[in-house]
Design a protein around this ligand. Structure first.
Ligand code: AMP
Length: 398
């Protein structure tokens, strides 16, 4: 039986190094049955949280590894009568960080898929091995369910070569696959498609700029539903400045600092990934809400905020040029969805380009917050990567 014939239960999984997020859907009606999170996996005081039917359960227990986390979540689905039998779960969608050039689309998980995801661990050492742990744990627990890998990189495989090759010796692309891959693909794709559905136009007819602004941020230029450029690169460190990540900087800062501060490569990597961005500039916090609050009195927090807005604007400007005609600029992610001030700062300065913000609509959290006169629509779309993963399980396993 194909998955599409009747209503099916599909679970979307996002495994991190010490966490496992999940959401169970009834598909194709797209109803969320429950969602939850296992945190601090590997510790005696791991935390399991699950929300369903307006209820919330939370337990602190010892969870040694991802297999135990998966077993615990499946047991809880039965215990709280979300499913009567685990066989009801016919599909599992796994978020996988890096699909390299192997996966321009989501893929059914088989030995070949697993072998390729393993091979790509070199490019995403912190993520792909953990994603594989989740895949193996579910294979063990639900051997009959269809398993699908949904890659953060797939959506951006439509970029043209001049947009993804770096101007360094070409042999490093050939030998090591060094190129722009882009990330957050599931979110950019979801938001773009959701907007097209919302306004009742085919995605193929739309040119969009999607701004996923959160702890990690990336911007994407989408032409007719296909990514043509995105701000993240070989890794999710590139592009706009983020919570703790620096985004684009002059690469020669690294050898300079290595010498002056006697930093090793791994210390430099840690500096750029964990001690930069909002945190590095403000010397206060990585969290945008904290920075916004502090910016009223603290100059460095204000500087961090101004830099963030400026860097988002720079990409929006670049993508307006890249796309030529743009129908809408879409905002998503924790900052994009919630910070009216940042949306306003980014968009108000675009007035010379005929882009006009309706300040009242923006502040009253209206989905579309541009004026009637604006040549380009501005909209806030709540991202839903888990639903996109569940939809891909249905599509790919037909
Ligand atoms: P995410 O990684 O998408 O979960 O986004 C997390 C970021 O969103 C954090 O920096 C939060 O401070 C930020 N955020 C959430 N709510 C707001 C808000 N109301 N105003 C500004 N930033 C927010």
């Amino acid at each position: 039986m194909s998955l599409n014939e009747t209503s099916q239960k599909i679970i979307a999984i996002n495994a991190g190094s010490s966490s496992l997020k999940f959401q169970l859907f009834s598909m194709p009606d797209e109803v969320s049955l429950c969602q939850g999170l296992v945190e601090r996996i590997g510790l005696a005081d791991a935390i399991f949280t699950m929300k369903f039917n307006g209820q919330k359960v939370s337990k602190t227990i010892s969870i040694a590894n991802h297999q135990q986390a998966v077993d615990m979540l499946l047991t809880s689905l039965i215990e709280y009568r979300i499913v009567a039998d685990l066989k009801e779960i016919q599909g599992v969608g796994h978020r996988v960080a890096h699909g390299g050039e192997y996966f321009p689309d989501s893929a059914i998980i088989n030995d070949d898929t697993i072998e390729k995801i393993t091979r790509l661990s070199d490019l995403a050492p912190l993520h792909n091995p953990v994603n594989l742990t989740g895949i193996h744990a579910f294979k063990q627990a639900l051997p009959d369910a269809k398993a699908v890998a949904v890659f953060d990189t797939s959506f951006h495989q439509t970029m043209a070569k001049p947009d993804y090759i770096y101007p360094i010796p070409y042999e490093y692309y050939r030998k090591h696959g060094i190129r722009r891959y882009g990330f957050h693909g599931t979110s950019h794709k979801y938001v773009a498609n959701h907007y097209a559905e919302m306004i009742g136009k085919p995605i193929a007819d739309l040119n969009l700029i999607t701004c996923h602004l959160g702890n990690g941020s990336s911007i994407c230029a989408i032409k007719g539903g296909e990514s043509v450029h995105t701000s993240m690169g070989f890794t999710p460190l590139a592009g706009v400045m983020m919570g703790t990540r620096c985004g684009d900087i002059d690469p020669s800062i690294l050898p300079f600092l290595a010498e002056k501060e006697s930093l090793t490569l791994s210390q430099l990597n840690e500096m750029m990934n964990s001690r930069s961005g909002f945190l590095g500039v403000s010397e206060l916090s990585h969290d945008c809400r904290d920075i916004q609050q502090a910016s009223k009195t603290n100059q460095q927090a204000k500087l961090a905020l101004d830099m963030f807005v400026e860097r988002v604007r720079a990409y929006v400007g670049q993508y307006l040029v890249k796309l030529g005609r743009v129908d809408a600029i879409l905002f998503t992610g924790g900052i994009g969805e919630n910070s009216t001030d940042i949306r306003e700062s980014v968009c108000c300065s675009l007035e010379p380009l005929g882009i006009f913000v309706d300040v009242n609509k923006n502040r009253s959290k209206s989905t579309i917050f541009s004026t009637q006169e604006s040549s380009i629509s501005l909209a806030v779309i709540e991202t839903n990567e888990e639903l996109m993963i569940a939809k891909d399980v249905m599509r790919v396993s037909l």
